[in-house]
Design a binder for this molecule. Structure first.
Ligand SMILES: [Zn+2]
Length: 419
């Protein structure tokens, strides 16, 4: 009985997810049609592969001379020669087929509006104003983060955002386990009642191998950042790993093609087995003190950080052109690519941390104190935290009995929050 109930609940969740996701995908598919209204007609559609506005004008028998005027009017705002397949447009014409208004959705954030004036046309670019809703998502990890959050571009981007939030604590390439739990409170951006894309992650929880990590988005000094339950910034001097999950994953649309990275600790450093060419990032801000070939390390980059730390990146196939001795690097910046130069049996990154030239365990680096939320904002932060904790606690995720436990589940919150 229990089992049946669980499967039933899981099925309901999956159906809900399906509808919410479908809503997201269909938004831009304005059917191409001509709406007759008294005195004028509306032409709307989306740009097809290889199509230009010249083609659109010819298709509907519009005056091409007007298109040239429209292009001129918008030249300083957006070049209409550069249009992208799938982007919607709307043209309103009068009885004589003359263009009254012309709108083209440049991207997810802005629309180009052109209107007829007494002398010709005038153009303006407007921000698309989304309706924000608060969404609750949760799921279990199966195989990898990306496929577990869900299919499609928006879910991929959301998974990468989540990996960024916890990039100082969790290495999403090598740390995560099947059965890990993720929960998110995230902005959903809607147009005309339809889901379009995700906005900011407002709060997140990730249970990795039994250990729970939490993040709360909070703004002060005009800057939004993520904090732990104690109000301590999640940013640290060192990232959890020199191989960025985002850098590696953003090229993959499906988790199936995501390379499985492995970590080994055969000696005083860490070895990351990864495909040759995988981008290597600086673990923290610092100054390059060595690049070149050095014995068993093969191609090597050494970066000096504050507090006496040095990080070593060895066996590289390639060092970025701008990475030279004396150059400053930023945390997360790509400095090189994985290879198998020097003493290496296969492509892997040899990563080492030294202090006063003595190797130490990279995973136990003592990190300088982090930034706390200022005292006067603690109460405001605690209010946000309490609200988010209630939301996170309410998020359910598919049961283990479900046929497809890997997909995230999204529910929509009725109450809209201003944060
Ligand atoms: Zn090694």
């Amino acid at each position: 009985m229990m089992m049946k109930k669980r499967v039933f609940i899981a099925a309901i969740f999956l159906i809900m997810t399906f509808f919410v996701m479908r809503g997201g995908l269909d938004v831009l598919k304005n059917s191409e049609d001509m709406n007759e209204r008294p005195g004028h007609k509306e032409i709307s559609g989306t740009i097809k592969n290889g199509e230009t506005f010249f083609d659109v004008f010819k298709k509907y028998g519009l005056n091409v001379t007007e298109l040239f005027k429209i292009r001129q009017a918008s030249a300083n705002i957006h070049r209409l020669r550069e249009v992208y397949p799938g982007q919607p447009y709307k043209i309103i014409i009068d009885r004589n087929n003359a263009v009254n208004t012309f709108s083209y959705w440049i991207n997810d954030d802005s629309v180009l509006n052109i209107t007829r004036t007494e002398t010709g046309f005038s153009a303006e670019k407007k921000d698309i104003e989304y309706e924000k809703r608060t969404l609750h998502l949760g799921g279990l990890i199966k195989d990898n983060l990306i496929s577990s959050v869900g299919n499609g571009k928006e879910n991929l981007l959301l998974a990468l955002e989540l990996s960024d939030v916890f990039a100082w604590d969790i290495d999403f390439n090598t740390d995560i386990r099947n059965g890990d739990i993720f929960k998110m409170v995230v902005e959903g951006l809607y147009l005309d009642g339809e889901f379009r894309k995700y906005g900011n992650i407002l709060s997140a929880e990730f249970v990795n191998n039994g250990e729970a990590y939490k993040a709360y988005r909070f703004e002060h000094n005009g800057r939004s950042d993520y904090y732990d339950p104690a109000g301590k910034s999640l940013r640290k001097a060192f990232l959890k790993a020199p191989l960025s999950f985002r850098r590696i994953s953003s090229g993959f649309s499906s988790g199936r093609f995501h390379p499985v990275l492995k970590i080994y600790r055969p000696h005083h450093g860490l070895d990351y087995a990864a495909p040759a060419g995988t981008p290597v990032s600086a673990i923290g801000d610092g100054t390059v003190v060595f690049t070149g070939v050095k014995g068993q390390y093969g191609n090597l980059v050494i970066v000096r950080h504050p507090n006496g730390y040095r990080t070593y990146y060895g066996h590289l196939s390639k060092i970025e052109k701008n990475i030279k001795k004396g150059v400053k690097v930023q945390q997360g910046q790509i400095i090189a690519a994985v290879g198998s130069t020097g003493l290496a049996t296969g492509p892997h990154l040899h990563y080492e941390v030294r202090i006063k030239n003595r190797p130490i365990n990279p995973l136990s680096v003592k990190i300088p104190p982090q930034n706390f939320i200022p005292k006067k904002l603690r109460i405001a932060f605690q209010r946000v935290r309490r609200d988010m904790d209630t939301r996170l606690a309410s998020i359910s995720y598919p049961m283990l009995a479900s046929a497809d436990k890997s997909k995230g589940v999204k529910t929509e919150d009725i109450k809209r929050t201003e944060l």
